[in-house]
Design a protein around this ligand. Structure first.
Ligand code: F6P
Length: 376
């Protein structure tokens, strides 16, 4: 029997995707809807463009049978998010947002987002009494308390594929090929892809590099190979020991990371006194598109199911996480308090890269100060 003190039962779950998109979001949406509607018999209300959809009342019921499309299951292989997403500030609209939440008749909210979005939603939920469960996604893989976020593995695959393409043209023309990856202030994407794709140099935000160290590695690689070719993978947030980030301003005047690849290529050519030709490639949003890798599809399905089960069990203000090869439940407050999860310069992967002779910056250099740009 329901007493006055009991919280209202869950009949309707709200679902949104927030922050930069990535492969695997639609797989997570599919899993949430299937588990909620078929497993628990509750309705799922899709919210378009994250919290903007609450403000503007753009919400609609999601159905498993619609997704299935007679067995074709396009959700499994379509990148992006059918719900749309939002990775910019829309101002102080909490009142309107809350009104939209109530109008949609949502009993609890499942939010698929990065550390920035989950932090913001956690704060709204705390102030407005929303019941919230988070699912981590970001190609940056920097959400704390989860080993993997949806989208990361697919982006690693994209970068490794690009490295293979750059390798053949670089070898044919005796050039240094510089590949700039995304990742914001975390180097997980560059590090994982760099090792998997056989980079000679990997530069990440967490470990400052020196131009001398970089040029020495290129020379050493040339001697070992008998001809000039080197593959440099640089994360967009990497910096030399000055800590100076390479950025451009967006239309709102906010600094946006990008351009370090071209700068490095110029510096390599200048530093080698014209003896070396270097070319830069910026992978950009290619890393956020395309179908999810099987590992991301698996992760998105497992996290989606787990998040629904957490909501139905009344375990709110939590995040469904993947740690040590299994599903776990983490308090959202812990995730928010820790904030972004950077590469540990003393990690086994960094050691592995160094053991492979990859130049990864100066091991004794001090970690550059933490900087932020935008919402993941
Ligand atoms: O956080 C995901 C991410 O792709 C970062 O790696 C990148 O710096 C940023 O988003 C790009 O954002 P936008 O799509 O707004 O250019």
């Amino acid at each position: 029997m329901t007493s006055h003190a009991d919280p209202p039962p869950i009949r309707r779950l709200g679902l949104l995707t927030s922050g930069g998109d990535c492969p695997g979001l639609n797989v997570a949406i599919r899993a949430v809807v299937r588990r909620a509607t078929l497993g628990h018999g509750v309705e799922v209300i899709g919210i378009e463009d994250a919290v903007a959809g609450l403000v503007e009342r753009r919400t609609y019921p999601l159905s498993s049978t619609t997704f299935d499309l007679g067995g074709f299951e396009p959700m499994l292989s379509t990148g992006g998010s059918i719900l749309g997403s939002l990775n910019r500030d829309i101002g102080d609209v909490e009142e309107e947002m809350d009104a939209g939440y109530r109008a949609a008749g949502i009993d609890a909210l499942i939010a698929i987002g990065g550390d920035g979005s989950l932090g913001i939603l956690h704060e709204h939920a705390r102030r407005r009494g929303w019941r919230l469960v988070g699912i981590p996604k970001t190609i940056d893989n920097d959400v704390a308390f989860t080993d993997r976020s949806i989208g990361f593995d697919s982006a690693v695959n994209t970068v490794v594929h690009a490295m293979g393409q750059l390798r053949t043209t670089g070898v044919s023309h005796d050039r240094v090929m510089v590949l700039e990856t995304m990742g914001r202030h975390a180097g997980h994407l560059a590090l994982h892809a760099g090792i998997a794709g056989g980079a000679d140099v990997i530069l990440v935000p967490e470990i400052p590099y020196t131009l001398d160290g970089l040029l020495e590695t290129i020379e050493r690689t040339r001697e070992a190979r008998g001809h000039l070719f080197a593959l440099v993978v640089v994360a967009e947030g990497a910096a030399d020991s000055s800590g100076q980030l390479v950025t451009a301003s967006d239309r709102d005047g906010r600094a946006r990371l990008g351009g370090i690849g071209a700068l490095l290529a110029e510096q390599i050519e200048a530093g080698a006194g014209g003896r070396i030709e270097a070319r830069a490639t910026v992978l950009g949003h290619l890393q956020r598109g395309g179908p999810p890798s099987p590992l991301d599809a698996l992760l998105a399905t497992a996290l989606g199911v787990h998040a629904v089960d957490l909501a139905m069990a009344g375990r709110f203000d939590t995040m469904a996480a993947w740690r040590g090869g299994r599903l776990e439940t983490v308090p959202l407050l812990d995730v928010v308090r820790v904030g972004s999860n950077p590469v540990d310069p003393a990690s086994q992967l960094v050691e592995t890269a160094r053991a492979m002779g990859i130049y990864l910056g100066d091991p004794d250099a001090v970690l550059a100060s933490t900087r932020t740009t935008g919402t993941t």
